[in-house]
Design a protein around this ligand. Sequence first.
Ligand code: SF4
Length: 292
Amino acid sequence: MDYIGNIFRPPSEAESLILQITVGCSHNKCTFCGNYRGEKFAIKSMDTIKRDIDEAARYQHLFDKVFLADGDALILPTAMLLEILGYIRQKCSNTGRVGVYANTKSILRKTPEELVQLRDAGIGIVYHGVESGSDEVLRRVKKGATAEQTIEAAARVTGAGVLLSQMVLLGIGGVELSDEHATATGKILSAMSPDYAAALTVMILPETELGRDAAAGRFVLPDKFGIIRELKEIIENFQAQRNCFFTSNHASNYLPIRARLPDQRNEVLGLINRVLKQGDESDLRPETLRAL
Ligand code: SF4
């Protein structure tokens, strides 16, 4: 397989074939993100992509899902995505679902009709980086989208009948915007009603703009229990309109949670309140075990 640079995939795609169709991220400006720093965004040639699919087809007994990398692969022109999806169907007939990362911009570049076409061709899940529901936080981290645009993008995905999995980022508002970030993030999740929502905790990477801001004292991350308080506020403000599988079990988090919302809302809030009340760090994932 032709893999170039850093390859990332959601934890739930661990068993999937990772098919790299772009290199890097077309946006590549988020201040906290070091995933594709120094990588020039490029779309791989159809010849290379088809060669990879041909190679993977020889091992198709080993996977039944495909994940399209890299950072916002949905940005590819629809015609090209449809050709790739058609070739996957033709060569890897066991493939049940194709997943892809997307940001708000790459979703909004697709019309509702195009998203339906992509669903019919195999796209079954979109992993959407939301990060925050606060416009001020989104502006500061250079996400390239407002809360309103994020809600519109989510509606297009769910409206096309594609599963929506969203990521939000604990701590990204810093101490200064911690409350605003958590409340607005819970509210935006309510407005979007994703099938899956994952809270990750921001890890400050020295080579990023956020890392430089932190080193200069312009950004101060909430402490461990401040991060847990954000998790609590997000869940308190998240009035899930339909079943959502909510997790904070990514390795970056201090308190791993897996819950069906709204059914397990009280149970989860009870657990978080107990942890906050006790203030015992041994209830939290040790710093040495945290990772991206
Ligand atoms: S859109 Fe995603 S992959 Fe691209 S820079 Fe932002 S966080 Fe990183």
